[in-house]
Write a new protein. Structure first.
Length: 398
């Protein structure tokens, strides 16, 4: 009997030892599997980042090459900025420059005679005053080059919406050919053309005309985006006046706004930072919006409003007073939540800064931001946006 029990115990011990050994092997395999998955994911993220950086470099190379080609005809080969939409003809000898901040159009051409210049300037002015965003981008020689650059899988693209740019600002209704011709001839004629010798092309002159847009042009342009701004402000629980004030301050309602950061469109979205955060918040997937995606006004306002929501309701959620939090969100849209925190704590921790902010009045918070923000740009930005919020509140919410 004792022998049987000993045999039973010995057998059980062997079985448990065997099971334990099998379990250890299984756990080791699982750990190796997890480690492999982690390594594969890290490798994937690395390759994804490398692909996006290569894409950005290819874009910058295209910009620089195009700018160098323009130098053959232009002493100052301007490209589009946040508040200027600059476009060249295919032969690069004619350009239009819409200055949205100062409400004026400048059209220039390099030509050998005034007769040749008149024809080119009139054609270009007619085009720039009536074209929509879709055709403006599709017909732009630089944008055509950029579109040929292969996008990595992480970049999401979208078609451009054919929204008018200047026509509703200049004309009460879409102009007939006769009315458009009358407008163009009245602004481009022998009396209005300025000419000076070309510093680049021998025997040629640079001919120029400047056309002032109506005084209320900025307000009229804002109306083009009213429906989209209203919809997204409501969806993201934001004041409509804030969305408009940000758009005005970022781009003066230039749908082709482009900055060196780079940032794109009406609300100047930086693709790999605010663009990624906003897209993930909206669609639950991590993607980088392309420049074309952001030139689409619907997409731009949707992502810009979403980013304001993230700042106000997430990154700065520990600030209790709504007005204090609003001031901080406005500054953060320009400089980041970390830099806002730095103004109060000299650290980049918004939660830590909130403890100090919560002991201040909104006016004290505003004054502290103007005094202690790290850079001058966000200080000016905060002033402009808060002032413009009052204007757009009267226009659209009052």
């Amino acid at each position: 009997m004792n022998k049987f029990i000993l045999l039973l115990i010995g057998g059980a011990s062997f079985l448990f030892a065997s099971q334990s050994s099998e379990m250890q092997k299984y756990m080791q395999q699982q750990m190796q599997g997890f480690k492999k998955q982690k390594e594969d994911f890290a490798d994937y993220k690395k390759k994804e980042l490398e692909a996006f950086n290569a894409y950005k470099e290819a874009q910058m190379k295209a910009y620089e090459e195009y700018k160098k080609e323009l130098e053959a005809y232009w002493k100052n080969p301007k490209l589009s900025t946040k508040k200027e939409w600059v476009e060249y003809s295919k032969d690069k000898k004619t350009r239009s420059d819409v200055d949205f901040a100062n409400n004026k159009i400048t059209v220039e051409t390099v030509a050998k005679s005034k007769k040749e210049a008149l024809k080119k300037l009139r054609h270009t002015l007619a085009k720039v005053t009536t074209i929509d965003t879709k055709h403006a981008i599709e017909n732009d020689p630089l944008e055509q080059r950029l579109a040929k650059i292969k996008k990595p899988p992480s970049v999401v693209d979208a078609p451009i919406d054919p929204k008018p740019i200047l026509a509703p600002v200049i004309f009460k209704k879409p102009p007939s050919k006769k009315k458009l011709k009358k407008f163009v001839v009245s602004h481009v004629n022998t009396k209005t053309i300025q000419a000076k010798p070309s510093p680049k092309v021998k025997g040629a002159f640079v001919y120029k005309v400047v056309v002032n847009l109506p005084k209320n042009a900025t307000y009229k342009r804002s109306k083009l985006y009213l429906n989209e701004a209203k919809e997204n402000a409501a969806r993201q629980k934001l004041p409509l006046s804030l969305v408009f004030a940000i758009m005005h301050t970022e781009s003066s309602f230039n749908p082709k706004a482009t900055s060196h950061i780079p940032a794109y469109g009406l609300m100047q979205i930086v693709p790999h930072t605010a663009g990624v955060d906003s897209y993930k918040y909206l669609y639950r997937v991590k993607k980088i919006p392309s420049s074309r995606y952001l030139y689409n006004s619907k997409n731009n306002i949707k992502l810009g409003s979403a980013y304001l929501h993230i700042l106000y309701y997430s990154y700065l959620r520990h600030i209790k007073n709504p007005q204090s939090r609003l001031y901080c969100a406005i500054a953060a849209y320009n400089t980041g939540a970390g830099n806002v925190a730095w103004a109060f704590t000299h650290t980049y921790n918004p939660k830590k800064a909130a403890k100090i902010i919560n002991n201040l009045t909104p006016q004290q918070v505003y004054d502290r931001l103007l005094k202690d923000l790290k850079y001058d740009e966000p200080k000016h930005y905060l002033k402009r946006v808060t002032k413009r919020m009052q204007i757009y509140h009267k226009i659209y919410e009052g």
